[in-house]
Every structure is written in structure tokens, then in C-alpha cells.
Design a protein around this ligand. Structure first.
Ligand code: UD1
Length: 416
């Protein structure tokens, strides 16, 4: 495991360019195997989750090439539908998109339960129920799944929870099914629109992505296309919050502001100095931040993925801020690490109360998951002295060139 060492309490400034969205790219790559020709996807971030997906492509004999600009060519013509062993499926959560994609393409998939950050139980029952509604049979032994279908037939699927993963996985399985599939209470995250656009560029017939009803008319052939990954809204949010914490002036480029509207509203309420343009945000640190309350919700509500990062910023606001986490049951582990750095925090069930303003001090801390790690980076940049963030591999799963990007802003940071 790697460690990030950050010497804090420095004023940073400059420009940072946001990379392609992790949560989009990790679904686009599995989606590409549905193509009957070849695809090219640009703006793929260079993060370890993508390397893990490349291992799966290699294992399935899919031809691909990714260049240093982030353009990836994928040709699934010679692929082999093999059982995905635990050693490769458990490297990332998004390996579960191969369930929908392989089922949609071959009517059969055999794989072990996917991995991912330990932020709660994270069941996949809704994915499986969706596949069953399309006519598939699911056989589960321990954490191994065999999903088969004679044929997939469109049906009406209501999701009890507006799950991002289930919405995308069902889309992948339904895109070549016979007839029409309707997903009710679908998730509306921008990444879902990005995946649906990709599939439609290949010739799929998906309507309503971005609303809570998605209609998919099955097609039999998917053709070659060129597609671009949207900017990463969580990475953008992370740098904007770093700007609010420690930057005299930070320009965050390649942002789609409407994707981070909930965050912008909350930062304005906090008193953060922000200027929002069509594709960039300029942010300046101010000393007198005000307390706020945040409740995590599905999109367009405040994202759970930004909650652990804003927690670190809340330590700098006057008074008691509150976070209510409604998506995951175990997403406060980062707060115990913040306490080691001097933060004043009380946790009661799914609510956390963060009292500021506190001068944070350096400590040896642990990134328990990807966004927890990002929150600790922000805290370390604020703290006096040198903070060691262990388990930094989690952070590298989702942040392209984080050391270089922060170094360019004047931070003293190194990866060991
Ligand atoms: C995706 C994101 C993750 C983000 C999350 C919520 C990816 C790769 N990951 O994760 O970064 O934190 O959305 O915005 O895109 N649920 C069920 N049954 C299911 C599926 C989900 O009960 O079959 C529950 C989950 O336990 C959770 C909630 O639904 O409480 C939301 O989960 P979901 O939207 O599926 O998250 P992921 O797709 O795993």
C-alpha cells in the first residue's frame, strides 16, 4: 500500500483541469463489448480502476489500445465469454457492469461478486431482479453468480431504490433484448446519460436517460462509434473544495457546473467565494466560512461521494455543521481520522456534527475508501506539519495525477 505525505498550511493557487469521469468511464468500457464492430472513447482518466478493467478486457481476449491522451480503442470481435474469477472481479465495484454487458451479448455470464470501497453493505439485488425480469435465471453459490437466459425479453422494471449501478446494468442487459424495457424510478446521474448516449451512438434506442423513466427498445446490432467521457463532477467538487480551503485563487477547468449544482448551492450558503462560468469555476479561500447542513440524496441532490470531502471543509466553518448520510450506512470512517487531526466531531447514527472552526494538526491517518482519502487530502493541506495518509492506493483509484495536479498548485506532496 502506498502513502501520501503532505506538508500542509500552505497557500495554493493556479489552474487545475478536471479529467474524465471515473464513474462514467468504468461503465463505458464494459458497455463497449456490446458493440458488434469497434469503438473509440476519449477522455478516459488514467486511474487504477481503469487499469483493473483493462485486466478484465485482456482476460476476455478483447483487443484494446489506450494512448497517453486518454483515447481508448476497443474491438471486442474476438472476445471470449469466460468465467470472471474473484481475483479480477474484486479489484473494483464496476466489474459488475460485465454482468449486464456479457448477459446482453451472450445471454450468459459467470462471475464472482465485485469489489469496491467498503462504505456499506452494497447489495446487488436490484441488478439481479432486473436481469430476472428480462427472463434471465440467476444461480448464486456463495459469492459466485451464474446468470443465463434462453432469450432476453423487454419488460417493466421498477427499482425500489434509484440505484446508479442497477440502472446502468439493466440498460446494458436490455439494449439487445427483444421488445421494450421500461425502468421506473431509474437513477438520474449524469453518468447514466453519458452511458445511454454512448449506446445510442452505437445504434441503441434508449429514451429518457436523465429522468426517472428510461425506455429501451431492443436492437440486434450495435455499430462503431466515437464517444467522449464527461468531466468528473466528483473530482471537480474535490478541487473546488480544496480551493475554498487553501487557495488564494484556483481556476477549476473542464467542469459542467449544472452537474455540481447541489455543491455550488451549499458552498454559496457557506460563504465560499465562487465565480461560476459555463465550463469553469474560480474559487478563493475566505476565512469566515459559515456552518451548513448537508443531507446526501440521489442526483440532483447532494452526492454521497462529496460528503466525506465537505466534512473536512466543515472543520473550517464557524459553528456546528451537520451531515446526514442517507445512501450508505458506513460512510463516516473518515471522521475518526479527522478527529486524530484535531477535528471536533460527534457521530450519532447516520448523522455527524462537526464543530468549527478548528486548526487542524498533522497526523498519521488512513484512507478507508476513495472519497474518505480525498477528504483527508483536503484536511492535510489545511493542517500544520506533515500528514501521512496511508492506504493512498484508494485515492489513486479515482484521482488522475493527483500528486502532479496539487504540486502544480504549489502543494508539497509526495507519494511513497
Ligand atoms: C455508484 C457510484 C458511487 C456512488 C453511488 C451513489 C459507480 C462505480 N459508483 O455506486 O461512487 O457513491 O453510485 O451515488 O458509479 N442498492 C441496493 N440494491 C442494489 C443496488 C443498490 O439496495 O441492488 C442500494 C445501495 O446499498 C445504496 C443505494 O442503493 O444504499 C445506492 O447505491 P447505487 O446507486 O447502486 O451505488 P453504486 O452504483 O454501487
Amino acid at each position: 500500500m502506498k502513502t501520501l505525505e503532505i506538508e500542509g498550511n500552505k497557500k495554493l493557487s493556479g489552474t487545475v483541469k478536471i479529467s474524465g469521469a471515473k464513474n462514467s468511464a468504468v461503465a463505458l468500457i464494459p458497455a463497449s463489448i456490446l458493440c458488434d464492430e469497434s469503438v473509440t472513447i476519449s477522455n478516459i482518466p488514467n486511474i487504477s480502476d481503469i487499469s483493473a478493467l483493462e485486466d478484465i478486457l485482456k482476460y476476455l481476449n478483447v483487443k484494446f489500445k489506450r494512448d497517453s491522451s486518454g483515447e481508448m480503442y476497443i474491438d471486442p470481435n474476438n472476445m471470449k465469454n469466460k468465467m470472471l474469477p474473484e481475483s479480477i472481479s474484486n479489484k473494483l465495484r464496476a466489474s459488475y457492469y460485465f454482468m449486464g454487458a456479457l448477459l446482453g451479448k451472450y445471454k450468459r455470464v459467470e462471475m464472482y461478486f465485485p469489489g469496491g470501497c467498503t462504505i456499506g453493505a452494497r447489495p446487488i439485488d436490484l441488478h439481479l431482479k432486473g436481469f430476472e425480469s428480462l427472463g434471465a435465471k440467476v444461480k448464486q453459490t456463495k459469492n459466485k453468480y451464474i446468470i443465463t437466459a434462453d432469450e432476453l425479453i423487454g419488460s417493466n422494471i421498477y427499482l425500489d431504490v434509484a440505484s446508479v449501478g442497477a440502472t446502468i446494468n439493466i440498460m446494458l442487459a436490455a439494449v439487445k433484448a427483444k421488445g421494450i424495457t421500461v425502468i421506473e424510478n431509474a437513477a438520474k446521474e449524469p453518468e447514466i446519460v453519458n452511458i445511454a448516449t454512448f449506446l445510442n451512438n452505437m445504434g441503441a434506442k434508449i429514451m429518457g436517460a436523465g429522468t426517472n423513466t428510461i425506455k429501451i427498445k431492443g436492437v440486434s446490432y450495435l455499430k462503431s462509434c466515437y464517444h467522449e467521457v464527461i468531466p468528473d463532477r466528483i473530482e471537480a467538487a474535490t478541487y473546488i473544495m480544496i480551493g475554498a480551503a487553501v487557495c488564494t485563487n484556483l481556476v477549476v477547468e473542464n467542469v459542467i457546473p449544472e452537474h455540481i449544482d447541489a455543491l455550488i448551492q451549499k458552498l454559496v450558503e457557506m460563504g465560499v467565494d465562487l465565480k461560476v462560468d459555463s465550463d469553469k469555476v474560480v474559487v478563493t479561500n475566505k476565512n469566515n466560512l459559515k456552518k451548513i447542513n448537508v443531507m446526501t440524496l440521489v442526483y440532483p441532490g447532494f452526492p454521497t461521494d462529496m460528503q466525506q470531502i465537505i466534512a473536512s471543509l466543515m472543520t473550517q466553518a464557524e459553528g456546528e455543521s451537520r451531515i446526514e448520510e442517507t445512501i450508505y450506512e458506513n460512510r463516516f470512517l473518515n471522521l475518526y481520522e479527522l478527529v486524530k487531526m484535531g477535528a471536533n466531531i460527534k457521530i450519532e447514527g447516520n448523522k455527524a456534527y462537526i464543530k468549527g472552526k478548528t486548526k487542524l494538526k498533522s497526523a498519521e491517518v488512513y484512507a478507508n475508501d476513495l472519497r474518505a482519502g480525498a477528504g483527508l487530502v483536503l484536511a492535510a493541506l489545511l493542517a500544520d506539519g506533515t500528514t501521512k495518509i496511508n492506504n493512498a492506493d484508494y485515492i489513486l483509484r479515482g484521482y488522475e495525477d493527483i500528486v502532479l495536479k496539487l504540486t502544480n498548485l504549489g502543494a508539497k506532496i509526495r507519494l511513497i
